[in-house]
Write a protein that binds this ligand. Structure first.
Ligand code: DOR
Ligand code: ZN
Length: 439
């Protein structure tokens, strides 16, 4: 038996209390004669359920010069995460039971967060033939989320079949909503900034039209659709319409995520012509940013997901037009959410727990994550110092790549400790490698 007493902590930022953990589970209190193995003074810290990220690129296999499952897991734990979903645009792609099981095993070996591989919708993310979704669901990785992220499932018939198949597997299809016919050569949000810089524009309608189409397809199939990295005010309007006005078969559901960078940064960031600000979907004007914040506060957007996208120096330290899109996110997500949502009074810490842990766990169907901080629940915890500001330095982050858009920026709060099923993965801001192998 191991017992940990976390003293004087503030669950959800509310009144201070003690949390007791016995053998990986939160308990009401220890017995009068019980030995306490570890006693942690957490005065001033906010306790949240461990964060869950539905959208992480861990790059292994095939992209190990930018990230591995082990380094990405470390970045996740340091960012307060206890579970992450690893997108399938690896090389080879996660489009078969063999590859998803491989990534899942690498996650277990790293032992710092639960790594759930996302299965590809189509073979090689080619958009043409459905991948072995059922076999991936039946593998030890137990895949329940499918996506071609990085690419849109553009063909409506393939998308329809994927949704129907997902329904039978009780799975969700996570769509990267981008009509590729409308974004040929696109480099930045279509608007005055891109025009001034001479960059081909990525119109908001390329996203919004796919969100609308997919909502109709999911409604007809009675399937669950999740929209990745929603980035425009118009897409929020489409979600509202889809939830309120679409006649749907039983089983229909639509959820959506927003990234921290779309909550904070705007297309004006591209003015410096630094490809660290190149991302897909692109950064949008401030009016979109503000609409996304309001939609997250109101629950119209369900959750925050990082779209953590590490890239090697060669892929980023080059001309804007040839640079790869994407930015690091795991270690800065919670502080950016605190800055944009808590600092502005739009969410309290209970709301942060909802959008960063509870909602993503529910969307992905995880039974043991995003749970209340209550006796009998698994001890997956993130302890945050709400007042410990820090300055972001890409070189100091755990990822192999250093493409953070927040270099030199002061962020308002710090993850201090992270606990996964009763074991510290992070103590005092440092990774704790497990001695006993996989947790
Ligand atoms: O910016 C992005 N980077 N968007 C995506 O959809 C894919 C991702 C990546 O894999 O780098
Ligand atoms: Zn994407």
């Amino acid at each position: 038996m191991t017992t940990t007493l976390i003293r004087n902590v503030r669950p959800y930022g509310e009144d201070a209390t003690d949390l007791s953990v016995r053998d990986g589970v939160l308990v009401g209190a220890f017995g009068p004669d019980e030995t306490i193995d570890e006693d942690l003074d957490a005065t001033g810290l906010v306790a949240l359920p461990g964060l869950v990220d539905l959208h992480t690129h861990l790059r292994e296999p095939g992209g190990e010069e930018a990230e591995t499952v082990a380094t990405g897991s470390a970045a996740a734990a340091l960012g307060g995460y206890t579970a992450v979903f690893a997108m399938p645009n690896t090389n080879p792609a996660q489009d078969s039971p063999v590859v998803v099981e491989h990534v899942w095993r690498l996650g277990r070996e790293a032992g710092l967060v639960d790594v759930h591989p996302v299965g590809a919708v189509t073979v090689g993310l080619g958009g043409e033939r459905l991948a072995e979704m059922g076999m991936m669901a039946a593998s030890p990785a137990g895949v329940r989320m499918f996506s071609d992220d990085g690419r849109c499932v553009n063909d409506p018939l393939i998308m329809r079949r994927a949704l129907e198949y997902a329904r039978s597997l009780d799975a969700v299809v996570a769509q990267h909503a981008e009509d590729h016919r409308l974004t040929v050569g696109a480099q930045a949000h279509e608007g005055p900034v891109a025009a001034r810089l001479g960059l081909t524009g990525w119109p908001a309608s390329a996203e919004e039209s796919i969100v609308a189409r997919d909502a109709m397809l999911a409604a007809a199939a009675g399937a669950r659709l999740h929209v990745c990295h929603l980035s425009t005010a118009g897409s929020v309007g489409v979600l509202r319409w889809a939830r309120g006005h679409v006649a749907a078969r039983d089983g229909f559901g639509v959820s959506a995520e927003v990234t921290p960078h779309h909550l904070l940064l705007t297309d004006a960031a591209a003015e410096d012509y630094d490809p660290v600000h190149k991302v897909n979907p692109p950064l949008r004007p401030e009016a979109d940013t503000l609409a996304l914040r309001r939609a997250l506060a109101d629950g119209e957007i369900d959750c925050v997901a990082t779209d953590h996208a590490p890239h090697a120096v060669e892929a980023k330290d080059c001309e804007w037009s040839v640079a790869r899109p994407g930015m690091l996110g795991l270690q800065t997500a919670l502080p950016v959410v605190a800055l944009t949502m808590v600092g502005t009074g739009m969410l309290d810490w209970r709301g942060v727990a909802r959008v960063c842990s509870e909602a993503p766990a529910r969307i992905a169907g995880l039974a043991d994550q995003g749970r209340p901080l209550a006796p009998g629940e698994p001890a997956n915890l993130t302890l945050v110092d709400p007042d410990a500001a820090w300055t972001v330095r890409g070189a100091e982050l755990a990822s192999i790549a250093d493409n953070t858009p927040y270099e030199g920026m002061d962020l308002p709060c710090s993850v201090v400790h992270t606990m996964l099923r009763g074991r510290w993965t992070v103590r005092d801001g440092r990774i704790q490698q497990s001695e006993g192998g996989p947790s």
